[in-house]
Design a protein around this ligand. Structure first.
Ligand SMILES: [Zn+2]
Length: 104
């Protein structure tokens, strides 16, 4: 005899939709909601207290700072790519200013 799984186990948080919308869509929603409600560190104080207050708006419940980010995660892969480029540019600018200062 086949074992019965508990109700809502298959599609996790999307179990609230019952049998509606198709299993694939419910799984996608559950995946997104898991990422959305995961623990994230605050960019300012480092506390694991980030909370999504609206689409793309994140707030730290400890230091009360709010900032924009991804719709469902505070930092998207595109954000990391951009920040890498910004840091390279910052390092180059700092080096250029340093060499100018040593000439004067
Ligand atoms: Zn904080």
């Amino acid at each position: 005899m086949a074992e019965h799984k508990a109700k809502g186990r298959k599609t996790r948080s999307a179990g609230r939709f019952g049998t509606r919308y198709g299993v694939k869509n419910r799984k996608l929603v559950a995946d997104i909601e898991e990422k959305m409600h995961a623990d994230y560190a605050c960019g300012k104080c480092g506390a694991i207290k980030m909370k999504r207050i609206a689409t793309g708006i994140w707030k730290c419940t400890k230091c009360e700072v709010s900032f924009t980010g991804g719709s469902y995660v505070p930092q998207t892969p595109a954000h990391l790519t951009v920040m890498r480029a910004v840091n390279v540019e910052k390092a180059a600018t700092a080096k250029a200013t340093e060499s100018l200062a040593s000439k004067v």
